[in-house]
Design a protein around this ligand. Structure first.
Ligand code: PLP
Length: 399
């Protein structure tokens, strides 16, 4: 008999975490590695949030189990924040507080999918989605997009991929890994198509506040209110408040779905750490000043990274509109010789760059689209410039 079940044995390691771990290990061993792998802001968590957590530690109420669905005051505050930030009116009973957005992703699929149900998944996609779908018994059906359209899927593409087994569309805008943002009209068209065909939408809005230039974040159930009964919104504090390690996210949906997901969570993990929930309460009920400052810094780095990447022969980089990732194509470099080896895939090219330039990037294979790199620009301006300089120096040797 097998030692590890087929279901769990079939899960692959998170490629983004693997790249980050490798870069950190090399760094710890004394190598001057610059990592573009991690999807986390390099800013500290706002001081008011940290203080709320310090107080929470000393409060004996927080030393005990609390409701699996989340602290009632946090659920209220998330409902209020959702109305404030995206205009979506929901009741606190529609909110389930989860251990990071990641648990919300898994629980949303687990709650909606029966074995064999198909999920339309626009690619490039965040590396966790297909694994979470499969683990929940579903079948990911990818819908490919490319840089010619700014990596947004059209209704026609979605309709062409729809079958009678299609249950859910996974929607993520601003997108990890591309930084693409769907325009309002397209979000509305997709929402109407979903309602018309009875397709549920799971919309991951974790990068809602990281938009640049004229791009705006639009929440699908706000522009298509009829969708509310078949829509789950995912979000969390990680990216907006520089709180990746605190592990607080949430899912918002119709009460029957939230009730069912809460039952799952009550057996899986129970309440999220109360101290972290108190910190999240402070974050979501406070001002958005800290994220405004981060957005200014990200926007500056975004323009720098696009310029520096575009200056490398063989690399082409569309301008990302949101999140903190650039997603350049490196297809023209594949098959060329660099320092005596000939990388034929973006995985091989990324390994070569880590070895010879000591720069870590995540290859597009992790996101369902080989031939690209994902570079997070949530790192300091100096590291960013130095990392890109090293990469450029190496890649210009390609022949
Ligand atoms: N959704 C997307 C698109 C993400 O990129 C991430 C984190 O990288 C998450 C959800 C989950 O974030 P967390 O579990 O840290 O809240």
């Amino acid at each position: 008999a097998r030692r590890v079940s087929a279901r769990i044995g079939g899960i692959s390691e998170s490629a983004t975490l693997a790249v980050d771990a490798k870069a950190k290990a090399l760094k710890a061993a004394g190598h001057p590695v610059i990592g573009f792998g991690a999807g986390e802001p390099d800013f500290p968590t706002p001081q008011t949030v940290v203080e709320a957590a310090e107080q929470a530690c000393a409060d004996p109420r927080n030393h005990r189990y609390s409701p699996a669905s989340g602290l009632p005051e946090l659920r209220e505050a998330i409902a209020a924040k959702t109305l404030r930030d995206s205009g979506y009116a929901v009741d606190a009973s529609q909110v389930l507080v989860t251990n990071g957005g990641k648990q919300a992703v898994y629980q949303a699929f687990a709650t909606l999918l029966d074995p064999g149900d198909e999920v339309l998944l626009p690619a490039p996609y965040w590396t966790t989605y297909p694994e979470a779908i499969s683990l929940a018994g579903g079948v990911p059906v990818t819908v490919e997009t490319d840089d010619s359209t700014g990596f947004v899927a059209t209704v026609e593409q979605l309709e062409a991929a729809r079958t009678e087994r299609t249950k859910v569309l996974l929607f993520n805008s601003p997108s990890n890994p591309t930084g693409g943002i769907y325009p309002r009209e397209q979000i509305e068209a997709i929402g109407r198509w979903a309602v018309e065909h009875g397709v549920w939408v799971i919309t991951d809005e974790i990068y809602e506040h990281l938009t640049y230039g004229d791009a705006e974040h639009v929440s699908m159930p706000v522009v298509v209110p009829e969708l509310a009964d078949t829509c789950v919104v995912l979000n969390g504090v990680a990216k907006t408040y520089a709180m990746t390690g605190w592990r607080v996210g949430w899912m918002i949906g119709p009460t029957d779905v939230i009730k069912a997901a809460t039952n799952l969570q009550s057996h899986l993990s129970s309440n999220v750490c109360n101290v972290a929930q108190r910190a999240a309460l402070e974050a979501v009920s406070g001002s958005l000043d800290a994220v405004a400052d981060m957005r200014t810094a990200f926007d500056r780095r975004r323009r720098t990274i696009v310029d520096l990447l575009s200056a490398i022969p063989g690399v082409s980089c569309p301008e990302p509109q949101g999140a903190f990732y650039a997603y350049p194509s490196v297809k023209e470099l594949l098959g060329k010789e660099i320092r005596g080896s000939v990388p034929n895939t973006s995985v091989e090219l990324a390994a070569l760059i880590l070895e010879h330039a000591q720069v870590a990037v995540v290859p597009g294979e992790a996101f369902g689209t080989p031939g690209y790199f994902r570079l997070s620009y949530a790192l300091g301006d100096e590291d960013l410039a130095e990392g890109l300089r090293r990469m450029a120096d190496l890649l210009k040797e390609a022949k």
